[in-house]
Unconditional design. Structure first.
Length: 554
């Protein structure tokens, strides 16, 4: 009897199991700590997935904490949307929603403690002067002339900074570490700066705010986070993270870094995404072309597909760019199971069935989803005047063309087999404007006794009953897979001018009643999602993803 296959652990799980085995921790406690200065994007989904799934695997818990230390860019609106996005992805922090601003009093005390230990000082240098004194990675920095102020003077100045006695930029509080350290983050980093700005939660109570590097690690410690899981760009911050914990003698959270999620044709920079919004290149943070969670949700990406994508890409130690086709494959895989099939004609060509009884309307029975029998069936009106896709008719087709052509037969999906007898051409443009066909009365789908064999099947809608819908056809937002990798090129110059096209389509009647957010498969075309603004009087659909993928499951 063969041995059971041993589970392969990723490197984070290996660290956690070592910590549990050694007794360093008793319970796994993680957190997801976004800054509420924009919408969450595809990169955040990996961090969310890792933090919540790791904790779940080991019977632990996960906090949601807003690292709201910069009042200039943070808004309650962003806080609310972050919560919505995470819940939509399928994760719950229960009653553990925290804010770094909750800890402002405690962080202030921590800063005072470092001053008393001679490990922090108030510096009057300008930002430009500090940058110059900081040096280079291969060259030691220069100590500030204010570095050796007395403890008493530093405590007094820091308190006066808190009371609002000094203008923005006049002073900062810096940690006193090592101006010769090869790690630039250890060269007396700024801990507090003066900002006379209104905070979205604390109002005007504070006019000094902790820097991210000081607030982040201490907030982890206050919450007794066992493992601070963060993306790879923070690896050089870890020595500073650990230094603060050691000098303050507080709970020793352990920072572990993983590779961030980089996906081709997408960017994961909130600053640059904000620019897209501000310059009107997209309609907002939730534009379906945006790599934000809100944008992907509006486009019709299922939460399950995004979680599956995170699992497929795994937990890596090195940054890389993931093919967008893998994300699209994950989306199709889920939508194939859940999306009802409907008929929609995006580029209509009129077909008249000349031998069909005038004025007659039949109801054809269609299966909603062949992958899921529980979705049942629906009725579709059929008449003697239909619309088909213009691409489904050719005057001079190639040998293996099995759709409609002069003298050829084709099956109308869920309907009859028709034969092309003739067609009408616009004399001015040479474009075919109408196709005349006859049908085989005994060829109705499900009860065909005609003996006629049609190799091709095409979709259609009945002209009289068809409803008009607005359809947004989307392509990648950028023309290059790595829009930020081109030195000297503004990523805005790489915007795809064809990333969005809007057309008027004709759909079967049931489609207009689909609720916003519901995904459908437009047969033979792609997966679409009813837009957030869609109504029965004004149905709007967004292309989620096409039916075909160049990525093969391995």
């Amino acid at each position: 009897m063969s041995e059971e296959k041993k589970e392969v652990l990723n490197f984070i799980e290996q660290f956690i199991e070592e910590d549990l085995a050694s007794g360093r921790i008793k319970k796994v406690h993680t957190r997801f700590p976004p800054e509420p200065n924009g919408y969450l994007h595809i990169g955040h989904t990996k961090a969310i997935w890792i933090n919540f799934e790791i904790a779940k695997k080991y019977g632990g818990i996960t906090n949601l904490r807003m690292d709201d230390t910069n009042p200039s860019a943070e808004e309650t609106h962003f806080v609310e949307n972050i919560q919505r996005d995470i819940k939509w992805l399928g994760y719950d922090w229960e009653d553990r929603l925290y804010f770094a601003s909750d800890y402002f009093p405690k962080l202030y005390e921590f800063a005072q403690k470092l001053i008393r230990k001679g490990l922090a000082y108030v510096d009057d240098s300008t930002a430009e002067e500090m940058a110059e004194m900081r040096g280079e990675p291969t060259k030691p920095g220069i100590e500030s002339p204010y570095r050796h102020r007395s403890v008493e003077e530093n405590l007094d100045l820091f308190e006066r900074m808190k009371k609002g006695e000094f203008p923005d930029g006049a002073k900062v509080l810096r940690a006193k570490i090592d101006m010769a350290s090869p790690n630039m983050h250890m060269r007396d980093p700024v801990m507090y700066r003066i900002k006379h700005e209104h905070h979205h939660r604390t109002g005007d109570e504070w006019c000094i705010y902790p820097m991210y590097d000081f607030a982040h690690g201490q907030s982890d410690s206050i919450e007794e986070i066992s493992h601070s899981l963060c993306s790879l760009e923070f690896r050089h911050h870890r020595p500073l993270y650990d230094w603060f914990i050691e000098q303050l003698e507080i709970f020793p959270s352990r920072q572990i870094e993983f590779a961030r999620m980089n996906v081709a044709y997408m960017i994961t920079s909130k600053r640059r995404l904000l620019r897209l919004v501000q310059e009107g290149i997209v309609t907002g943070w939730d534009d379906p072309r945006m790599p934000t969670i809100a944008g992907m949700r509006r486009r019709g990406y299922p939460a399950e597909a995004i979680r599956n994508f995170c699992a497929r890409t795994g937990v890596a130690k090195r940054d890389n760019v993931i093919e967008i086709e893998l994300l699209e494959f994950s989306v199709r895989e889920v939508l194939n199971k859940i999306a009802p099939r409907v008929m929609a004609v995006l580029d209509p060509l009129k077909v008249v069935i000349t031998n069909y009884p005038k004025g007659q309307v039949e109801e054809m029975i269609a299966i909603n989803n062949p992958e899921d029998e529980s979705q049942g069936t629906r009725k579709i009106p059929f008449s003697g005047e239909l619309y088909i896709e213009r691409s489904d008719f050719m005057l001079d087709p190639p040998k293996k063309y099995f759709r409609l052509a002069p003298g050829k037969d084709v099956r109308l999906k869920n309907g009859y087999i028709i034969h092309c007898d003739d067609y009408t051409v616009d004399p001015n443009t040479g474009e075919v404007t109408e196709v005349q066909c006859s049908y085989y009365p005994n060829s109705r789908s499900g009860s065909d006794t005609s003996g006629v064999k049609a190799r091709g099947v095409i979709h259609w809608v009945s002209i009289e009953q068809a409803k008009e819908a607005t359809v947004h056809q989307y392509d990648y937002l950028f023309t290059e897979p790595e829009p930020l990798a081109h030195e000297g090129v503004d990523f805005i110059d790489l915007i795809n001018p064809n990333s969005k096209k809007t057309i008027k389509a004709l759909v079967e009647p049931s489609v207009i009643h689909v609720a916003p957010g519901r995904q459908l498969q437009f047969m033979r075309t792609g997966y679409y999602c009813a837009d957030t603004e869609s109504t029965p009087d004004n149905p709007v659909f967004n292309l989620t993803v096409g039916l075909r993928s160049s990525w093969k499951k391995k």
